[in-house]
Write a protein that binds this ligand. Structure first.
Ligand SMILES: [Zn+2]
Ligand SMILES: [Zn+2]
Length: 425
């Protein structure tokens, strides 16, 4: 039985209903039971949120958990612990596990493990069997079992006809195709953005075109099939422009950006810190400007972490040989505050919308809003709290973050999932 909780005196920001007001929230039986001023509830646990901000629980639409297959790197449980420390009440896990989530038994295994996670975990299933890009997975069966969308993330789908068929099925199943846009014939062997800096550093480059050509193709296929397409981790100016113009034509496309792509440029690769090696790679100032514009005008719908744990023993290679990916769950909200809200790229409410109601809409989750009768998934943050991200704060089983040592303003103070407090500072 869930207890009753009364959150008092917090500034409630709910982008879905455009509320921004000091209000109390009463939680009972795992649901939001009352919202109002000066609520009273005898026997309830009272959380004093005076001076703090009460938000719908954050949703991360792009998380890599390494279970099944590499449970020493991250498990569904450890990833969910990192999530609630970062303010996330729901995360969507990518199917590039070992084996891949491309069949009913692996999906059922993940869903079973998810029941014991600290937050809600929604799995994506693979578009193609073993993510090899050769034959489609049993999409109808996987969707009926609970896959919230389909993705071969980690790899692009090379074969255009196969992608077209995947989109046609996804339309019937009413779930999005979540596309990692990369033409591997252009990016192969590369380890950072291709340009002047990669030449100076003597590192093999990944041209922007390897992303942009696939963004363009997938937009055309979505237009042809009328399917719902979600483009992962947009990193270049031209990708943003392609998506903007497709949206204008009525293509059913949504997209995301990661905190590292709006925070860091290729310049940080000069440190040769392998924690800066991500796919797509960190780009340039000009790309960040275009991403900020895309966030402001709504071309970019959501912000997602692309949390990708790797052991330090895996990252302790030369830059060229290290794997791609960095942690994100515990730093996403802080980077959103630092780079977008404090710099006035977005208002707090706009930023929160990209972490709550927008991903919920894309995935048709009944989440992402604070409303009477809804699940009590709530995140309380202190927008003024100063803190430093330290290695010992990391809750993941891996520690591959380039943000260790960074100072932030704005921190999760409490994360409530289904009416239960799962994190309290
Ligand atoms: Zn990806
Ligand atoms: Zn990813």
């Amino acid at each position: 039985m869930s207890k009753t909780i009364l959150i008092k005196n917090g500034r409630l920001i709910d982008p879905a209903s455009k509320i921004d007001k000091v209000l109390d929230v009463f939680i009972k039986g795992g649901k939001i039971s009352k919202i109002g001023a000066n609520l009273k509830a005898s026997g309830a646990k009272v959380l004093d949120a005076k001076g703090k901000i009460v938000l719908p629980g954050l949703i991360d639409m792009h998380t890599h958990l390494r279970e099944p297959g590499r449970e020493n790197v991250e498990t569904i449980l450890s990833g969910s612990i990192a999530a609630v420390h970062g303010g996330f009440t729901s995360i969507c896990c990518m199917p590039n596990t070992t084996p891949a989530i491309d069949n009913a038994s692996t999906l059922e295994f993940v869903l079973e493990k998810a029941k014991k996670a600290r937050c809600n975990v929604y799995p994506f299933a693979a578009i193609t069997k073993e993510r090899k890009g050769e034959t489609l997975s049993e999409m109808a069966e996987l969707a009926s079992l609970g896959a919230v969308g389909f993705s071969d993330d980690g790899n692009g789908v090379r074969d255009s006809l196969l992608m077209r068929r995947a989109m046609e099925y996804s339309l019937m199943l009413d779930v999005p195709i979540v596309s990692h846009c990369e033409d591997e014939s252009l990016s192969a062997g590369g380890s950072m953005n291709e340009g002047y800096t990669s030449t100076v550093l003597g590192l093999p480059g990944i041209p922007k075109e390897s992303e942009e050509t696939m963004v363009a193709r997938d937009l055309m296929l979505a237009e042809l099939t009328d399917a719902k397409l979600h483009i992962c981790h947009v990193s270049t100016k031209r990708s943003v422009e392609f998506i903007r113009s497709a949206k204008k034509r009525g293509v059913k496309v949504t997209c995301e950006v990661t905190p590292h792509h709006f925070t860091l440029t290729e310049e940080v690769v000069k440190t040769f810190d392998t924690n800066t090696k991500v796919n797509p790679p960190l780009r340039t100032k000009e790309d960040i400007k275009a991403i900020e514009k895309g966030l402001r005008d709504g071309t970019i719908d959501i912000i997602a972490s692309d949390h990708a744990p790797h052991l330090s023993t895996e990252k302790e290679f030369e830059y060229e040989n290290a794997p791609f990916g960095m942690l994100g769950l515990q730093t996403t909200f802080a980077l959103v505050m630092k780079q977008l809200v404090d710099r006035k790229v977005l208002t707090l409410s706009e930023a929160v919308g990209k972490l709550t109601v927008n991903p919920a809409k894309i995935l048709k989750l009944n989440k992402g809003k604070i409303k009477v009768g809804e699940d009590a998934d709530i995140t309380v943050v202190d927008s003024k709290k100063q803190w430093q991200f330290r290695t010992e704060d990391i809750k993941s089983l891996s520690q591959n973050s380039p943000f260790i040592g960074w100072r932030f303003k704005g921190k999760t103070m409490c994360t409530i999932v289904g009416g239960e407090i799962r994190f309290l500072e």
